[in-house]
Every structure is written in C-alpha cells, then in structure tokens.
Design a binder for this molecule. Structure first.
Ligand SMILES: Cc1cc2nc3c(=O)[nH]c(=O)nc-3n(C[C@H](O)[C@H](O)[C@H](O)COP(=O)(O)OP(=O)(O)OC[C@H]3O[C@@H](n4cnc5c(N)ncnc54)[C@H](O)[C@@H]3O)c2cc1C
Length: 387
C-alpha cells in the first residue's frame, strides 16, 4: 500500500527544509488542533487568541514576509503550512491566511514604516490579530461598488459604512478597512476600540464554524491621517492582498482533501460490507483511484505555482486557475469520501463532513468559482464577461 501523495512522488519536489516545516506544522496541528477542532466546530467557538499565540510561536503568521519578525520563508513552505492547517480545519487555515496574507501583507506591502513597526512584529508573534474588511452586505464579487466612505475632516479621516463576512473580525486588534475616498479606494488601519467602530459576529453559519466571522460597522469613525496605508491606491491594493491569500488556498484546499482521503482509505480498509472490506469492491476502488488522481494533480499544480511565485513570475490568472481547480476538486473529493463513510459520513466523529461544509465557504470567498472562471475566460479570449 502507498500513501496517496506517494503516487506522484510529491516529496521529491520538496527541499529538506520544506519537508521539515510541513512536519513541524503537522505536529502542532496534531497536538493543539485536531483533538479539539470537532468540538470547536460543533460549539461554533474558537479560542482564537490562544491559537494565534501558538501559531505565532512556530512562525507561521506572515511566514512568507521578510523582516519585522516574519520568518521570510519561500512560497512552497508557506503553502505546505496552509496545507497542514487546512488538513486540520479550513477555519484554522482561514485564521492564518487572513492574518498573514491579508492583514499583515497589506501593512507590509502598503504601510508606512511606523505602521509596519507598530503592527507587524506583534502580529507575527500572534500577540495581535488582524482582519481585512473589503466585502460589504451588497458588494462581494464586485467590490468596486463599495459604499463605505472615508472623508477628510481637517487633518483626520472619518469613515462610515458596513463590512460583512469578515474573518477574525471580533477577535481582531486591528482591521484593514477599504473605503472610497475622493482619490479612489484607500486602505485604513482601524484599531479595535476606536469610538464608532463596532463588531457583530455572524451567527448560524453551518460552514467554517471553527472560525470567527463578523460584521464591521463604522459609524463616524475618526482616524488620524497616519491611519491610511500610503502605498495602496485604487482596488489594486486589496486585490493584490487577495492574490496572496488565494495562493494559500491552492495548497490549503488540497490539505482538506488529503485528510478526507486518508480518513476514507483507513475506513474502507476496516469497514466490512457483504462480508468483505469496503476497500475490496471495484466501485470503491474506482472512487479511491479517481480521488488520488485529482489530489495528486492538485498538489502538483500547487507546488508548480509555488515555484513560479518564488521565481517572481506567478500571474493572477495562474492563481485563479489554481484556486478554481483545487477547491472544486477538494469539494468533489470530500463529497465522494462522505459517500464511502455511509452514515458515519454525516457525523463529526469523522472529519469528512466538516471539511465538506467548510469547503463550501472556501469555494465562495477570495473570489467565487464563477468569478475565477470569468478571469480564465477573459485570459483565454481577451473578452471580459463580468458585467
Ligand atoms: C466564511 C466567510 C468568510 C469570509 N471572510 C472574508 C474576509 O475576511 N474579508 C472580506 O472582505 N470578505 C470575506 N468574505 C466574503 C467573500 O469574499 C464574499 O462572500 C465573496 O466575494 C462573494 O461575494 P457575495 O457573498 O456578496 O456574493 P455575490 O457577489 O452576491 O455573488 C452571488 C453569486 O453570483 C455570482 N456572480 C457574481 N458576479 C457574477 C458575474 N459577473 N457573472 C456570473 N456570476 C456572478 C457569484 O459567483 C455567486 O455565485 C467571507 C465569506 C465567507 C462565506
């Protein structure tokens, strides 16, 4: 018997350091996350502060950024960390993606030196948590319609508006908020506790329950001039951050799929139906083989995109291709695994249904599958079909 990843000799594409990082993150997940995550999911509660400190102590927060206490690792190392985190739960990978690739990246890429010094070292250590507010109740796929405004009043900025579906929202120390100004869309750092800034958690989610999702309300929030990110002008600012986070999903989604497949292989070997192991039936083996193929192809694609990112040549269209393919296939794998687990497939005793419903959110956030399809359509035809 071989492990699904051995079929494609994936490890031969990784350096020793990358394999070590993967092992370190896996151990943390085995120790700190896996024993508890089904309960967090069931209760809809996450000890985010504690987890952020744990994850900060192993260097995964903003690990692909340089300086300011960040680990400065390569893209494939970062991807493998995302894979291991999402093999535990997509909610945990979301916490890390939003912290490192959205909030920290925005400050690292577009922030002033003072903003970087103030926030990045503490965020890398997990002592402070960040969130990223782009989506609004009426504008998700089309952020250009955003209604949140930032207006100059003397030397200050005054922000008004509502952001919706914001990961890490109510546990954040700082929100990166994108708002319309007279000079186009700009980004602002809004510290928790600023008067007029309130956060309400989204309740009754049945996906990503081990993840905090909040509404951010900005009602006359007054900020000093220095709260604006000087380096981001227009929508290319937030879209640049999303591209970073999507890259993590290319790997992460395959982590959820791998956990489903490994769980199912073990289950199918043990479970007897009609006096034979479930794994011995041809229909089962066809499902297992198909899933191993899609998983292997998705992992190869992820590593390939990671190498392109490290070489500095990765394009947004390539990231769209990776996100679209790997999330779609991960969801298919999770659904197929669920069938093989029979009734056990619908309980939290096994991780499969949890991964499956989590992946429904992953399919939607960071650009829906339809939007990434349109990105590829435009790249192939030269014709935009978004509106
Ligand atoms: C759990 C969770 C966490 C999230 N975390 C964050 C976060 O931290 N920060 C943040 O800013 N946002 C976050 N989001 C928001 C997420 O990015 C948006 O939900 C997403 O962009 C889709 O927007 P929408 O929900 O408004 O759907 P809509 O834009 O209303 O889309 C509805 C449907 O229409 C389709 N559609 C839209 N435009 C087109 C078109 N041109 N052609 C064809 N079909 C189209 C979409 O693909 C989708 O199927 C999160 C969402 C979830 C579920």
């Amino acid at each position: 018997m071989i492990a699904p990843t051995e079929l494609f000799a994936l490890d031969t594409l990784l350096t020793e350091e990358e394999r070590e990082i993967r092992t370190t993150v896996r151990r943390v997940c085995d120790r700190e996350i896996r024993p508890h995550v089904a309960r967090w999911f069931e209760d809809g509660e996450l000890p985010a502060r504690e987890l952020a400190r744990t994850l900060g102590s192993v260097g995964v927060l903003g690990m692909h950024l340089d300086g300011y206490g960040c680990a400065g690792m390569g893209a494939v190392s970062y991807g493998l960390a995302c894979l291991e985190l999402e093999a535990a739960d997509s909610g945990l990978r979301s916490l890390v993606s939003v912290q490192g690739s959205l909030a920290m990246y925005a400050i690292w890429k577009y922030g002033s030196e003072d903003q970087k010094q103030e926030w990045l070292p503490a965020m890398a250590a997990g002592e402070r948590i960040g969130c990223f507010g782009l989506t609004e109740p009426d504008f998700g796929s089309d952020p250009s319609g955003m209604r949140t405004t930032a207006k100059r009043e003397g030397g200050d900025w005054v922000l008004n508006g509502t952001k919706m579906w914001i990961t890490n929202g109510s546990v954040s120390d700082v929100a990166v908020v994108w708002a319309r100004t007279d000079e186009g869309v700009r980004g602002f750092l809004v510290p928790a506790g600023t008067p007029g800034f309130t956060l309400n958690d989204v309740k009754h989610k049945i996906s990503l329950r081990a993840s905090v999702t909040s509404e951010l309300v900005l009602d006359g929030v007054r900020l000093p001039a220095e709260a604006m990110l000087p380096g981001a002008r227009g929508l290319s600012g937030p879209l640049g951050c999303l591209n970073e986070a999507r890259f993590g999903i290319v790997f992460g989604s395959m982590g959820a799929a791998l956990d489903c497949l490994e769980t199912t292989l073990a289950y199918a070997g043990d479970r007897e139906v009609f006096a034979r192991p479930l794994a011995s039936f041809q229909l089962t083996q066809e499902k297992l083989a198909d899933m191993a193929l899609e998983l292997g192809k998705g992992l190869l694609l992820a590593v390939h995109l990671g190498r392109l990112k490290e070489a500095g040549t990765l394009t947004p269209e390539q990231v769209s291709a990776g996100k679209l393919n790997n999330v779609r296939e991960a969801l298919e794998i999770a659904r197929k695994c669920r069938t093989l687990l029979g009734a056990n497939g619908v309980t939290l005793e096994y991780p499969v249904i949890r991964h499956s419903v989590n992946l429904e959110s992953v399919l939607t956030y960071e650009g829906t599958s339809e939007i990434h399809t349109l990105v590829l359509g435009k790249a192939l035809t030269g014709i935009g079909a978004f509106s």
